[in-house]
Design a protein around this ligand. Structure first.
Ligand code: FES
Length: 120
């Protein structure tokens, strides 16, 4: 698990792009409108856009380049032009700090992300 930010530094509806141990690709961490934290690959599977720069709506992020919509819980795109899912990653909140554990490369999204585990 890699600590990526404090919870107060990531308000609801915001995202941050981070480097996480074990992932060759950057990861985007979101504080969604449902109050949960989610982590997915930062790079859109359509072309080279940073999803952390997209727009968060509920539990979805809209790609800033061609507006594909990805479900933060599953990594699945819900509309074209993206066709392939992004990886989802495990998030844990520990003592007010958000941690991310990268899913191995080659494991696609499509696995429902567990809500962030909050450890007091
Ligand atoms: S780069 Fe994301 S939809 Fe095209």
């Amino acid at each position: 698990m890699t600590p990526v930010c404090r919870i107060e530094d990531l308000p609801e509806g915001e995202a941050v792009r981070v480097e996480v141990e074990g992932s060759p690709e950057p990861i985007a961490v979101f504080h969604a409108d449902d109050g949960e934290f989610y982590a997915i690959d930062d790079t859109c599977t359509h072309q080279d856009a940073s999803l952390s720069e997209g727009w968060v709506e509920g539990c979805f992020v809209e790609c800033p380049l061609h507006t594909a919509l990805f479900d933060l819980r599953t990594g699945e795109p819900t509309c074209l032009p993206a066709r392939r899912p992004v990886r989802t990653h495990r998030v844990t909140v520990l003592d007010g700090m958000v941690h991310v554990e990268a899913r191995p490369v080659g494991e696609a999204g499509g696995v429902v992300a567990e809500p962030a585990e909050i450890v007091a």
